[in-house]
Design a protein around this ligand. Sequence first.
Ligand SMILES: [Zn+2]
Length: 62
Amino acid sequence: MPQHTLAPRICGNCDGFATATVTTGAHHADGTRKTLPVDCPACKGTGRTLPASAPASALVRR
Ligand SMILES: [Zn+2]
């Protein structure tokens, strides 16, 4: 009898791309852009959804 393991589900909010990098508009002294990493608010940067701990606000019902 096969055992079913809970496979990690890809976060539907960010589609697995849990951390985005945004530019601040400022530049470093060497000319490169200053960036900030921003985690997905739904999965907290994990890229996965955990059904047991998914907040109700992450569920969109229409
Ligand atoms: Zn996410």
